[in-house]
Design a protein around this ligand. Structure first.
Ligand SMILES: Cc1cc2nc3c(=O)[nH]c(=O)nc-3n(C[C@H](O)[C@H](O)[C@H](O)COP(=O)(O)OP(=O)(O)OC[C@H]3O[C@@H](n4cnc5c(N)ncnc54)[C@H](O)[C@@H]3O)c2cc1C
Ligand code: FES
Length: 305
């Protein structure tokens, strides 16, 4: 007979009500009460490069699939049963309710194990977590999407959003830099972005190898190719901290205000929901208050970069 004194009462969570509204992350108590988990099937895996694969997931339960919503810039905790959980940015369109896409680099324990699974395998996700890019605020302006390496993965969600609301934006440029041509991700979408969605793509590689005919150098050299109206431009920068620091300094010199530059900060995370303190920078939780911050806030966060 179970001694009731030792049974922790289960909190009644209205999963449907919670998930049907995007959680308000300014109310941390709300998110801490809740731990939404969804079982998914991996429905497709595309090898993009030697180090990165694109995983397409489908939430198994029909009702849960309908209620799962996210905003561009948010991330998930992805669990491979038996191996652990990792934070991964959502890399698909938030209007696609059938599938979720995650672009994953093989980095260590969990991500290497993910590289061995086949289509049809099951994983679990929690989330979505974190802050998002201010898509509505950026509408009506020019937008610079600036990606270094794997940074193009979190930028793909705002790219889809812009493509789906293209008439709400002025000029949109994607500036994308990698070390070698073989590391370029989503090359199969370049034509679509340029020709159909009228997003001007500028790619640059640090070490041109093979048949690379494009520009070589570092990402800031791409600014020579475009004219920027600082009064009317937003910038979203994703990549390693050393890159976004250098890019944001450059944009600052061009006159773009720091509160119109957005970056996504990556820290090691465990819970993703403000519980474990693993991701803290000073008193800021990068999982709840971020990962998307404007550059002004990042500059004021000690040890953020
Ligand atoms: C908000 C957020 C979004 C992310 N989005 C993506 C994404 O879209 N695609 C993707 O491939 N990766 C993404 N990452 C990084 C990813 O979470 C790590 O690569 C992953 O957790 C590594 O786990 P692992 O068990 O494979 O490696 P581990 O064995 O834990 O570590 C292997 C190596 O990776 C480094 N590492 C671990 N965690 C991180 C981290 N959070 N940031 C940087 N380096 C780390 C370790 O220092 C170590 O050198 C994201 C991280 C965060 C915080
Ligand atoms: S990851 Fe646990 S508090 Fe941020």
């Amino acid at each position: 007979m179970l001694d009731k004194r030792f049974v922790i009462p289960l909190q009644e969570i209205n999963r449907e009500a919670f998930a049907s509204s995007i959680p308000d992350f300014n109310h941390r108590s709300e998110i801490m009460k809740t731990d939404m988990g969804y079982k998914c099937t991996i429905t497709n895996i595309v090898r993009l490069t030697e180090q990165e694969k694109l995983f397409q997931l489908r939430i198994i339960d029909n009702r849960e699939r309908d209620i799962f919503k996210f905003k561009p810039g948010q991330f998930l905790m992805l669990e491979l049963p038996g191996y652990g959980e990792v934070p991964i940015s959502i890399s698909s369109s938030n209007s696609n309710h059938e599938f979720i896409e995650l672009c994953i680099r093989k980095a260590g324990h969990v991500t290497s194990a993910l590289f061995t699974v086949d289509e049809g395998s099951h994983v679990a996700i929690r989330g979505p977590f974190g802050s998002s890019f201010p898509m509505d605020e950026m509408a009506g302006h020019n937008v610079l999407l600036i990606a270094g390496g794997l940074g193009v993965a979190p930028l793909r969600a705002p790219l889809f959003w812009i493509n789906e609301h293209r008439d709400r934006f002025l000029n949109v440029h994607l500036l994308y830099g990698v070390k070698e041509p073989s590391q370029l991700l989503f090359t199969y979408q370049f034509d679509e972005w340029e020709l159909i969605n009228h997003i001007t793509l500028h790619a640059i590689v640090e070490h041109p190898t093979g048949e690379w005919q494009g520009k070589s150098g570092i990402i800031t050299e791409l600014f020579d190719d475009i004219s920027i109206d600082p009064e009317n431009t937003y910038a979203v920068v994703c990549g390693p901290p050393v890159m976004f620091k250098c890019v944001c300094n450059y944009l600052d010199k061009l006159g773009i205000p720091m509160n119109r530059m957005f970056v996504s900060l990556e820290r090691r995370m465990h819970c993703g929901m403000g519980k474990c303190c693993r991701c803290m920078v000073g008193s800021t939780f990068t999982c709840v208050d971020g990962p998307v911050f404007n550059y002004w806030s990042v500059m004021n966060l000690k040890e953020a970069i």
